[in-house]
Design a protein around this ligand. Sequence first.
Ligand SMILES: O=P(O)(O)O[C@H]1[C@H](O)[C@@H](O)[C@H](O)[C@H](O)[C@@H]1O
Ligand SMILES: [Mg+2]
Ligand SMILES: [Mg+2]
Length: 283
Amino acid sequence: MSSDMEAESWAECMDVAVKTALRAGQMVRVSMMQEKRVSSKSTPTDLVTEADQQVEELIISTLREHFPSHRFIGEESSAAGEKCILTDNPTWIIDPIDGTCNFVHSFPMVAVSIGFAVKKQLEFGVIYHCLDGTLYTGRRSHGAFCNGVRLRVSKEKDVSKALILTEIGAKREPHTLDIFLGNMKQLLSAPVHGVRIIGSSTLALCQVATGAAEAYYQYGLHCWDIAAAAIIITEAGGCVIDTTGGPLDLMSRRVVAAGSQEIADYIVQRLKPINYGRDDDDP
Ligand SMILES: O=P(O)(O)O[C@H]1[C@H](O)[C@@H](O)[C@H](O)[C@H](O)[C@@H]1O
Ligand SMILES: [Mg+2]
Ligand SMILES: [Mg+2]
């Protein structure tokens, strides 16, 4: 397939992704008003509901109908035992409900996240804030948008003027919490303007893309939390790197994203690591 034909093909994939995210978001809104059957996965605070599974089934069945030769990595398929292996094949990386704990509590920060990679390179990402109808998109070499308005990250380089977002992750052992809180204390002591935890890593990462936040960091998220948001941030002019300062490793369960390399580097130099393993580890 020529590169022009490929580009056209990925554009068609993105159109289907947007339509599918909007349909999935509608399903989330309806489910949010119904009784929820809640269970947990890796830890008692790593929640999942039937809606997570039903929304993922809707997304993957729709995409598979359009693109039967493509591969799929979904949060709930992975939880059910499917391997998380990113190959060179066109691969969809899906979080059907990002912010499940918020969803369970009807706290209004819930998103559908659909990322797409080819030859292990992110081609586009779609993140739909199900409750306020905000649609974030980013396509490689084509820019990032919020409801059709172009996104640009904050160019602030002074960390003492930065608003930084993070998420707690699923582990709650005292040793892990000591490192998590120690990392937050490091940044609060800079001092940064503020640190925020909103309960949805994808929506928090989108705030870096909009420029509303200067940076995001986390240990413990997954490839389906990172994929769509990473391309949206880079297409908005930001950087998305590993917590060691090296290039992003989508399966590493860790990330630093920022509007400026200076603030990304400041965070990288001060974080103490929390080991969550890898998404592509053998179960
Ligand atoms: O499970 P969902 O899809 O809700 O994703 C959340 C993770 O579960 C949290 O550990 C993580 O800390 C983030 O909150 C992330 O959004
Ligand atoms: Mg989820
Ligand atoms: Mg998630």
